[in-house]
Design a protein around this ligand. Sequence first.
Ligand code: HEC
Length: 134
Amino acid sequence: MNKTSLIVLAAAFALGLTITYYSRGGGGPVAPQVVKLPEAFSPQAQAGQALYEKNCQTCHGANASGTTNGPPLVHKIYEPSHHSDKSFHRAVRNGVKPHHWQFGQMPPIDHVQPKQVDSIIRYVRELQQANGIF
Ligand code: HEC
């Protein structure tokens, strides 16, 4: 194999890696999403919204649209089939090491109880649904 074909191969490999990385939702910072609100939130989601605004919004943004500190949760990669309700509980309990983006780490949010996380999840899911995420 000559030098040129080696270079072409290496470039193709690098391109493939880049495409794989970005199609998994990686990279960032990501521009805040334009989020549509549902006509009405369920009572559980309304409770979740208040908890979300207090505990999550500084990083994940108003209506989960994202900020420069954290990713939007109204985003395809956080749909239930990729990030189940369990992964939300895990994120709040243990924190999150950066892996999808380059915002840095999410700290554990210890004072938020599992029942409260359930309500926050309901709120995020209803937002996701209103925006055609699933
Ligand atoms: C100090 C900033 C900050 C706060 C506050 C915060 N998060 Fe996060 N969160 C992040 C960052 C940054 C990531 C992305 C990590 C990555 O994948 O690179 C993240 C990721 C997540 C994920 C994805 C987990 C995974 O498995 O990939 C979920 C779910 C989540 N956050 C939920 C929440 C909820 C719910 C709250 C409020 C109770 C919250 N976060 C509060 C910064 C924050």
